[in-house]
Write a protein that binds this ligand. Structure first.
Ligand code: ADP
Ligand code: ADP
Length: 234
């Protein structure tokens, strides 16, 4: 059974005198342990899909099922607890500039009620995992783009989520750094068994790391399947 199931997902943005259908008829199964790529051009509906997967945006039709939970049936408190199972990383890293690396990673742990000393211990383990143990006391402004994304990955993994949702996570990085971040994600997938969703407009990213792919075009699912099968079609 899939870990994440998108069922007839639809999102229409309705304003005073027009409606934009950003997504429609999206049916997708993502299995535990997958590295699942979702690729599409600008305007295809990727950002909308990211926000619908964790119900930050309520779909106007269909639903999202994570594990055994139908998100459309949950109240706000239950949704917050489901969202704790989804770590996220972004194109712009979204680190807290006033906090050093260690304190950035501890931030979600503090919110979840972990003690400071336990948080520090967990941060050390995570920094080792992402290969940045020597930058514990550095501030984000002192780091390269790739290092910032490693910190963001460590922070996203802090609370031990089942799912890592990557929204254009390598789009601000050069090709070499991109490759090293994708290598790290692959490693993490293998070591932790975490399910990874990669949202991108770059074919090369999907080819490098994903086992499954879905192509979205103008809000619809154009194609889905194993990467080698989908990309080898003429
Ligand atoms: P992508 O992330 O692939 O670039 P988006 O999800 O941002 O695509 O946008 C999909 C479509 O929905 C676009 O036509 C966009 O203009 C429209 N859209 C996105 N967000 C809104 C919004 N808040 N209100 C109205 N239209 C929106
Ligand atoms: P991206 O390409 O990363 O999706 P955009 O610049 O398309 O970024 O969108 C940035 C923000 O603007 C998003 O929150 C999106 O929902 C909103 N947005 C995009 N298109 C529209 C639109 N046509 N009307 C209103 N809001 C929009």
């Amino acid at each position: 059974t899939p870990l994440i199931k998108l069922v007839d997902l639809e999102k229409k943005y309705i304003s005073q005198n027009n409606a934009v259908t950003a997504l429609s008829g999206i049916n997708l199964d993502i299995l535990k342990g997958d590295i699942f790529g979702i690729i599409g051009m600008s305007g295809a509906g990727k950002s909308t899909l990211v926000r619908c997967i964790n119900f930050l945006e309520k779909p106007t039709g269909g639903t999202v099922i994570i594990g055994d939970k139908d998100l459309s049936l949950l109240n706000d408190k239950e949704l917050r607890s489901v969202r704790q199972e989804i770590g996220m990383i972004f194109q712009q890293f979204n680190l807290l500039m006033q906090r050093n690396v260690e304190d950035n990673i501890c931030f979600p742990l503090e919110i979840s009620g972990m003690s400071k000393s336990e948080g520090r211990k967990r941060a050390s383990e995570l920094l080792e995992l992402v290969g940045l143990s020597d930058k514990k006391k550095s501030y984000p402004s002192q780091l390269s783009g790739g290092q910032k994304q490693r910190v963001a990955i460590a922070r996203a993994l802090a609370t031990n989520p089942d799912i890592l949702l990557c929204d254009e996570a390598t789009s601000a990085l050069d090709p070499t750094t991109t490759r090293s971040i994708l290598g790290l994600l692959k490693d993490i997938n293998k070591k932790l068994g975490i399910t990874i969703i990669i949202i991108t407009h770059e074919m090369a990213v999907v080819e490098e790391i994903c086992n499954q792919v879905a192509i979205i075009d103008k809000g619809r699912l154009a194609e889905t399947g194993k990467v080698e099968e989908v990309f080898s079609k003429p």
